[in-house]
Design a binder for this molecule. Structure first.
Ligand code: FPP
Ligand code: MG
Length: 334
């Protein structure tokens, strides 16, 4: 099956449902754990490999629904690092399916451009066979300029591995003197994750009835609406999609408030950290004999005091130097 299957006409009832849903907020970024392919295969008495083929077909169909519904970014869990522990037959079969599908995607480059889809691969592709790495890299390269929709395929990925990789980048940045240890923050760490180019995940769907995240987008889903759907992935229908969007619409405002509060708190912590680090550096330079006009007791002075103003200016200066440091570090990382 193609990545862009023949569009199925919506029934009048489906069109009516879409019109109603469109009156509310539509999640812009949807992430999917496509679980249940093998159970589907058992249920239908077909080979496991056939279950995964049906899983791919469902993915292609779902992507078409997403484009039509105005969902502009989709992230799917195609192969976890844990999946390497499956039987070698199954791993080989999943690698072969991916080879075929990405080769097909490259043949369909006209359609990729017509739909304006940018394909990104999220994960440690060095763990994959060389020829597959090359196919994935080519799919990413040919679609890199597209901006209408984003398809992120998580391949050889786990969220904890991603976080460890990011930590390694940060520690080597500190070791090589590009950043200071105190520059490490939530916002810097997330800029080092594979998903740094993505928007927040609004809705995360997991099929098959399992109620866990299986190491998928653990950082990115902190403020996502979670929808656990009882159906096996190849059985996922447009009605399950509508229900998941409705679930998102019902929960969006509470999640948005939590997210806003978190952003405010994060900014406050950053200001506090800049203040503390600036003061510490001033103290160090004073003890080292260099001139400094900052008096530590002025931390408690009132807003009107001139010392306070001078401290504010110095904190701002410290923050802008930190931002410059981080920017040049990130230029090295990307
Ligand atoms: C989970 O079901 C599914 C996978 C581990 C593979 C998902 C892959 C696809 C849907 C094909 C996508 C391919 C490309 C090229 C993007 P499971 O195997 O865990 O089934 P189970 O939960 O019933 O055991
Ligand atoms: Mg499973």
């Amino acid at each position: 099956m193609s990545w862009f299957p023949q569009r199925k006409q919506r029934t009048w009832f489906q069109r009516a449902c879409e019109t109603i849903l469109a009156a509310g907020p539509i999640p812009r970024h949807v992430a999917i754990i496509m679980d249940g392919n093998r159970r589907f295969a058992v249920k239908k008495s077909i080979a496991k490999s056939e279950g995964h083929v049906k899983g791919f077909d469902k993915l292609a169909e779902t992507l078409e629904w997403c484009l039509d519904l105005g969902i502009t970014e989709v992230t799917v869990y195609a192969f976890s690092i844990e999946n390497f522990k499956r039987s070698s037959d199954e791993v080989t079969c999943l690698m072969e399916l991916s080879r075929q599908k990405f080769a097909k995607l490259l043949q369909e480059r006209d359609l990729i451009h017509r739909h304006g889809v940018c394909v990104r691969i999220i994960g440690d592709i060095s763990l994959l066979p060389r020829d597959l790495q090359e196919l994935l890299a080519e799919a990413v390269t040919i679609s890199a300029e597209n901006k209408r929709a984003f398809l992120n395929v998580c391949f050889a990925y786990t969220a904890r591995d991603d976080m460890c990789m990011a930590m390694r980048e940060l520690t080597s940045g500190v070791k090589e003197g590009h950043i200071k240890q105190s520059d490490i923050s939530e916002s810097l760490l997330e800029k080092c994750l594979y998903t740094s180019q993505s928007r927040n995940v609004d809705l995360l769907i997991r099929t098959s009835g399992e109620l866990r995240l299986s190491d998928f987008l653990l950082w990115e889903s902190s403020f996502s609406c979670l929808a656990f759907v009882k159906v096996l992935w190849p059985e996922f229908s447009i009605w399950h999609m509508y229900a998941a969007i409705l679930h998102y619409q019902r929960n969006k405002s509470k999640i948005q408030i939590a997210q806003q509060n978190h952003t405010i708190e994060r900014e406050r912590l950053q200001r506090e950290s800049d203040y503390r680090n600036m003061m510490e550096e001033s103290t160090l330079s004073t003890t080292a004999g260099t001139s400094s006009s900052v008096n530590l007791s002025s931390t408690l002075v009132s807003v009107e005091a001139p010392e306070h103003k001078s401290i504010q200016v110095r904190v701002q200066q410290y923050a802008s130097e930190r931002e410059k440091r981080i920017e040049s570090f990130l230029n090295l990382v990307y």
